[in-house]
Design a protein around this ligand. Structure first.
Ligand code: KG4
Ligand code: ZN
Length: 358
């Protein structure tokens, strides 16, 4: 299909607890972007509170969009389209971002793209300059965030096959829950990694759920329960910093080993689908973890794959990836109707992802 040349695209992200806006030109260059984290709004509650999230998106987005457009040096009329995360995620936030995007699209007669947030994570690797020599289809995506943990064969824009995923908690969720058990506050992942740096990863032989099982599904709830039991063996207040660090390190290495094993299976499955596949992209907040990254790199090396994790700011929720997914779709002439309703649940391999001619 002939690629259409298009004008810059505005992207909006509001599916969870990051409020983000970005403008990309037709080649994928970032003209301006902003990310506002709601972490301090939710931290006192130990997790994301949907109502607080929706209100915070509403409070921040209008001014954020105005500022980003100003920094990009553009008027709305200069745009070639408006893209917003339309699911999966928290419905209140999705409605705020989608309505904002639709309003701009109506007022300025612009094409609108309802972006699947997971598709945005999946396509980030194709941003120009991100992966040396580019990221041609197909490639394998391991998405490991607070809400998602899955292996996806990315075979084209709108063409995704979920090879496996978690049957209970997401990897980031496990880090957050164990962080809470260790009194580290929320989100637990970054603090847990810092604590683990001074811990002994061999002190506790925590279970490695699903290890070496066929396929590439994940499970983390048994591991979390084992950690809770180890913490519970210490009388309240008697867990020393060293004890906590040893638990953190032992937990972290268990997660890293499980992720590497599951990703290894996914790479084999990917090779069966297409023997030429050689790229493993890791996205989501957990990709920031050094122990996880090195375990995945080792596994990828041993299977002749190249592992690439986008820089952290593009790994975690952002609007650059949403604008980019919008661009990829607009280039194919795929737009959405303005009555597209945001979807709290929206699996990546649902039929509706592929909107081109059959
Ligand atoms: O992708 P993300 O920013 O948001 C979504 O969940 O969509 O991921 C956040 C998750 C949280 O669960 C957080 O604890 C985890 O990623 N995380 C980490 C690290 N940094 C963030 N987990 C382990 N180690 C880290 N360094
Ligand atoms: Zn995300």
């Amino acid at each position: 299909m002939a690629r259409q040349t298009i004008r810059p695209v505005l992207g909006i992200e509001s599916s969870c607890d990051e409020t983000a806006t970005a403008v990309l030109d037709a080649d994928g260059r970032v003209l301006a972007e902003a990310v506002h984290s709601q972490e301090t709004d939710h931290a006192p509650f130990g997790g994301v509170v949907p109502e607080i999230a929706a209100r915070a998106h509403l409070a921040v987005l209008p001014e954020q969009i105005k500022q980003v457009m100003g920094r990009a040096g553009l008027e709305f009329g200069d745009l070639g389209g408006v893209a917003a995360s339309a699911g999966p995620g928290l419905i209140g936030g999705l409605i705020v971002g989608s309505q904002m995007a639709k309003g701009i699209a109506i007022a300025h007669r612009l094409p609108y793209v309802a972006v699947n947030h997971l598709e945005a994570h999946a396509l980030t690797a194709r941003l120009p300059g991100l992966v040396p020599h580019g990221a041609p289809f197909p490639y394998l995506l391991l998405l490991v965030s607070g809400g998602h943990c899955q292996c996806v064969a990315v075979e084209g824009v709108g063409q995704y096959v979920r090879l496996g995923g978690t049957i209970d908690d997401a990897a980031g969720e496990a880090f957050d829950k164990v962080g809470k058990l260790l009194g580290l506050g929320w989100p637990g992942g970054p603090a847990l990694e810092r604590l683990a740096a001074s811990g002994d990863p061999t002190r506790h032989a925590f279970p490695r759920p699903m290890l070496r099982r066929p396929g590439c599904d994940f499970s983390f709830s048994g591991l979390k329960t084992a950690v809770a039991r180890a913490v519970g063996k210490h009388p309240p207040g008697a867990l020393s910093v060293q004890d906590a660090a040893d638990i953190a390190a032992s937990f972290q290495i268990a997660v890293a080993e499980v992720l590497a094993d599951r990703a290894g299976h996914a790479m084999a499955m990917m090779r069966e689908r297409d023997p030429a596949t050689r790229l493993l992209i890791v996205a989501g907040g957990v990709a920031a973890n050094g122990t996880v990254r090195s375990a995945l790199t080792r596994e990828a090396d041993s299977r002749g794959f190249i592992m690439v994790a986008p820089p952290i700011r593009l790994c975690t929720d952002n609007a650059v990836m949403v604008a980019w997914a919008g661009l990829e779709r607009l280039r194919l002439g795929w737009t959405d109707d303005l009555d597209f309703a945001p979807r709290p649940r929206w699996p990546l391999d649902a039929d509706c992802m592929f909107r081109g001619p059959a």
